[in-house]
Design a protein around this ligand. Structure first.
Ligand SMILES: [Zn+2]
Length: 291
């Protein structure tokens, strides 16, 4: 049994209708939070080539914590993303001056770059100096799938669309590096599932979309990963301390207890008028969240 301070998820996708405005969306999320839950959504906006410094300041005043940079076309719904980092440069300066965070989906989108090398090339071409010098204000969230799965999981006995996410799963040596970073105890790494539900038919399709849905089972899977690394004592920092410390927000009060009791991940969950297949559907996770 392991009791930790109540964790946060710093990278999460929820779902709503097609068009959305961040503040309306926040109100609808808050209205959907069950009574007794203290879930607080922190909203981000989508950085585009045309984001202005005025929009940054208005967003900050409205309680928006960050802008997300998606290179145009990098992943689901990123077609209006940034085509050239110089285009929103004034907005980026305004963010730096006013303390609004920049969240980066770090992949290039050029068709001539190998799919499995798109993160590595992004870092070489666009962020080399930045990351090399990375001071304390640069950090990364880490998903459960990038800790425990490598690219072979995309092809075990056939094509596995539910294991397709972006950035894509990588070679085993890179998975090991991600695992080592997450379990190192460094405050530069913290929990962000990138859990992104898509209806089953949109994944099991001739052109299936990217994203893995891990939210209901993520804490059990993270505990499994930390146990594998012999680092269960580092789970609380990763899950509950490093994120709020980085964002300059108070750590949660309250706790969450994990027990080493196996749970079978459901084959699917209801999802609107469809269903969603979770990460590790049908498999057993050795850890569960205590009632
Ligand atoms: Zn994401």
């Amino acid at each position: 049994m392991l009791t930790i301070t109540r964790p946060d998820d710093w990278h999460l996708h929820v779902r709503d209708g097609k068009a959305m405005q961040a503040l309306d969306y926040r109100s609808r999320i808050q209205a959907a939070v069950p009574a007794g839950s203290r879930f607080t959504p922190l909203m981000t906006l989508y950085l585009t080539d045309r984001t202005t410094p005025e929009e940054v300041l208005n967003a900050k005043a409205a309680g928006i914590v960050a802008f997300k940079l998606y290179p145009a076309g990098a992943t689901t719904n990123s077609d209006s993303g940034v085509t050239d980092l110089n285009k929103p440069i004034e907005a980026l300066k305004a963010m730096a001056d006013s303390g609004v965070l920049l969240l980066v989906h770090g992949e290039v989108t050029d068709a001539d770059v190998d799919m499995f090398d798109r993160e590595a090339v992004f870092i070489q071409r666009k962020l080399a100096e930045f990351v090399a010098g990375a001071p304390a204000n640069v950090a990364a969230t880490i998903t459960p799938q990038h800790m425990l799965m490598n690219r072979n999981s995309l092809f075990v006995g056939g094509l596995r669309p539910h294991n397709y996410c972006l950035p894509i799963l990588k070679r085993e040596k890179h998975r090991e590096a991600v695992m080592a970073a997450a379990t190192s105890g460094s405050p530069k790494f913290f929990l962000g599932t990138d859990s992104a539900p898509h209806p089953k038919h949109a994944k099991e399709s001739a052109c299936g979309c990217a994203g893995m849905f891990s939210a209901p089972v993520a804490m059990g899977i993270y505990a499994t990963a930390f146990e594998q690394a012999g680092a269960l004592d580092k789970l609380e920092g990763f899950a509950s301390f490093h994120g709020p410390d980085f964002y300059g927000l108070p750590r949660n009060t309250g706790s969450l207890t994990l027990v080493r009791r196996p749970q079978r991940v459901p084959a699917s969950y209801a999802f609107g008028d469809s269903e969603v297949v979770p990460m590790w559907a049908g498999l057993e996770v050795p850890w569960s969240v205590a009632e």
